[in-house]
Write a protein that binds this ligand. Structure first.
Ligand SMILES: *Cc1c(COP(=O)(O)O)cnc(C)c1O
Length: 298
């Protein structure tokens, strides 16, 4: 569903947001797109278990747990950080995944780095039985295929398509389905210049650019300015943004409009990839630091 923002922008620029967050109240957006063809493949291979990797607040872990339960798979989450073992009850993401029936394997940060090596995967098979492996963040060729379905015919009228970037899978799908007159802008939620190369693996066109100025210090890093922006945006539009991905991307686009980045009359589409379940965990962290919290009811 596309929703035009009722905000007056300079130079007759218009901004519309694609509400992929509405696919599900909590586990939303691009993670379902990325899982769609992987779930079909797992069924075709007669797998009974999905196994994947992620951090303690990962939208991907939550999405796999939920999708597995819905589609009748068992699920295993290999989670970074062995200190979390006794703390699942105080972590909203892991609590949600657990309620969906996910089993966890907590591993040290050191072991997590070797998660894709054959020895480690064999150990996991010995422990949990055979499984369909969904990569960290869910990005593989089948995920890109799912993300190519985000844009539809009605989106041909937009000049710019903007989306948040984590592993680069979502933007790759969007790049592949964007039309030649459209430019795709990616807003990385983390620091580092490796994403350019990751995206080139899957992207079939050159009509894209990464804007690296709005990661707010790195993955899941946040400051008071961003919290206030998310809260104000919600007040103005009733659209909830998440603190890890979409909040940073929308902040970036609105800032670039003020800085004259876009030509007059640009028609901009923002992809709301979801991620709202991350608000709960982030608010715990903000409270601990005695910073203002995100005041959105999701
Ligand atoms: C995972 C995620 C992204 C990033 O998607 P990638 O395909 O990893 O680049 C963006 N937004 C939200 C809400 C996400 O959960």
């Amino acid at each position: 569903m596309n929703q035009e923002l009722q905000i007056l922008f300079p130079k007759s620029i218009s901004v519309t947001i694609k509400r992929e967050d509405l696919l599900h109240p909590v586990v939303s957006g691009n993670k379902f797109r990325k899982l769609k063809y992987n779930l079909l493949q797992a069924k075709a291979e007669n797998k009974e278990t999905l196994l994947t990797f992620g951090g303690a607040f990962s939208n991907h872990i939550a999405a796999v747990a939920y999708a597995a339960q819905e589609q009748g798979f068992r699920s295993v989450g290999v989670v970074r950080g062995d200190e979390l073992n006794e703390k699942t009850d105080s972590n909203p993401t892991l609590q949600f995944a657990k309620e969906c029936g996910m089993q966890f394997e907590f591993v040290s940060r050191e072991a997590y780095r070797h998660k894709t090596e054959a020895v480690f995967l064999e150990e996991l098979k010995a422990k949990f039985g055979d499984f369909y492996l969904v990569p960290e963040g869910g990005t593989n060729a089948l995920a890109i295929k799912g993300c190519q379905e985000i844009l539809t015919e009605e989106d041909a009228k937009f000049d710019y398509i903007c989306c948040a970037v984590g592993t680069g899978g979502t933007i790759s799908g969007i790049i592949n389905s964007a039309l030649s007159h459209q430019k795709v802008l990616g807003f990385p939620a983390l620091k580092g210049n490796f994403l350019q190369d990751e995206i080139r693996i899957f992207a079939e066109n050159d009509n894209w650019e990464l804007i690296n100025d709005y990661h707010f210090g790195g993955y899941a890093k946040i400051n008071e300015e961003l919290v206030r922006f998310i809260n104000q945006f919600y007040k103005d539009t009733k659209i909830p943004l998440d603190p890890v991905y979409t909040g940073k991307m929308v902040f970036g686009v609105l800032d670039l409009i003020q800085k004259d980045f876009f030509p007059a009359h640009s028609n901009i589409l923002l992809i709301h990839t979801g991620g709202l379940q991350g608000i709960f965990g982030m608010n715990e962290r903000l409270k601990n630091k005695q910073l203002p919290t995100i005041t959105i009811d999701v």
